[in-house]
Design a protein around this ligand. Structure first.
Ligand code: SF4
Ligand code: SF4
Length: 371
């Protein structure tokens, strides 16, 4: 598996574009591309947040990929994403604006088709199909451009996790509700990844996120741009760069087990891995997870027996809460209400998915153990 890595110390177009050109050459992407091709770029636009924060894919990275595509004669390029929250014109216009993506027009079309279609997922474990946003399904070629981050629920967010944004709007929290267990949820993510199956995945790790990702963490710059055709193995590699044990990230562990990720076959090309990398801070949900201290065969029973005592719950900082309701909108269990301009959580029914924490723009939600 060919893994490209380029050192790009900051978000400057004159640094990013040459790195993207070398990446495309290194991976032989020009062989796939022809004029007339319909290309969808799938960024990470989890919420409306300025590119000054390491929450969303930086517009300069998307711009560089689009510029390279246009130089190959590709004119039909669409940016296709369903953020956390609603999937409609008003919501996405605000996301495009705040995330600094208007500068991509008119070369890149910012998707305004909010339909979705059902596609079969042969071998799906409980659901044999996925409902996926139309521009992704209509594209001849999908380029996944994700942001490197820690993640409260999955531990890590890179290429595989980014594809969850191909599920329209508030169907995403419903899928959390349907598969609250991390093993089932990770399995679903891998089946979705196999269904979307992007041809190229670029990881924006020029600035990355540590701590309470994917939205409430802090900056941990790596100064790196990664690219590979095999996004499963690339996630294994990128998690290692963050100082995480990839085999403790359930979706990556399952990808290795299924033979999708092949860590023994990584062939690195481009720049060397920087020597001064420091480990990323974990999300609070993972810092508080004591089950890893037990041998693997005991972890599930311990987690089960620990039950409610050791379960993590969201905790509100009332002073930071502005009562915007984004947490309530994204809660799949419908246990959050807005009362007197503050969020109010009911603990009963909480599945500890932390969609509420992910969507809170004020970082007003932290993690608490019942005990
Ligand atoms: S907790 Fe956050 S998302 Fe929820 S209402 Fe308060 S500020 Fe908004
Ligand atoms: S309260 Fe938060 S963690 Fe609990 S189910 Fe709702 S969104 Fe998930």
């Amino acid at each position: 598996m060919l893994q490209t890595l380029y050192q790009v110390p900051e978000y400057k177009e004159e640094l990013i574009y040459p790195a993207v050109c070398k990446m495309m050459e290194g991976l032989g992407i020009a062989q796939d591309i022809r004029p007339g091709l319909k290309v969808a770029i799938k960024p990470n636009l989890v919420m409306a947040k300025s590119p000054a924060y390491p929450v969303t894919t930086h517009p300069f990275v998307i711009k560089a990929v689009a510029r390279w595509l246009r130089e190959q004669g590709v004119e039909d390029i669409v940016l296709a994403e369903s953020s956390g929250g609603l999937y409609n014109s008003e919501y996405m216009k605000n996301v495009y604006h705040v995330c600094g993506l208007r500068q991509l027009e008119p070369e890149v079309k910012l998707n305004m088709d909010f339909s979705a279609k059902t596609v079969n997922c042969p071998g799906g474990f409980s659901n044999h199909s996925f409902h996926i946003i139309t521009p992704i399904l209509e594209a001849d070629y999908v380029i996944n451009i994700c942001k490197l981050k820690t993640h409260a629920m999955t531990g890590y967010s890179g290429g595989i996790k980014n594809l969850f944004g191909t599920i329209p709007g508030l169907e995403k929290p419903q899928m959390h509700y349907r598969w609250p267990d991390i093993q089932d949820f990770s399995r679903m993510l891998l089946e979705l990844a196999q269904t979307v199956n992007p041809q190229l995945t670029v990881i924006d790790a020029i600035d990355a996120m540590e701590g309470n990702g994917p939205t409430g963490g802090s900056s941990h710059p790596l100064g790196l741009l990664l690219g590979a055709r095999d996004f499963y193995t690339q996630d294994y590699f990128a998690a290692g760069l963050m100082g995480l044990d990839p085999m403790k990230i359930e979706m990556i562990r399952q990808a290795v087990e299924k033979g999708l990720a092949k860590p023994d076959e990584i062939e690195l090309t481009g720049d060397p891995v920087p020597e001064n990398l420091t480990p990323f801070q974990l999300p609070d949900t993972h810092k508080l997870d004591f089950t890893g201290a037990f041998p693997k065969f005991l972890q599930k029973p311990v987690a089960f027996l620990g039950g409610k005592l050791f379960k993590s719950y969201p905790q509100l900082n009332r002073e930071l809460c502005v009562g915007c309701g984004k947490c309530a909108e994204s809660c799949p269990a419908h246990i959050i209400k807005i009362e007197n301009k503050k969020a109010k959580f009911r603990r009963k029914g909480c599945i500890s998915c932390f969609c509420c924490q992910e969507m809170c723009p004020m970082k007003a939600i932290s993690v608490k153990k019942a005990l």
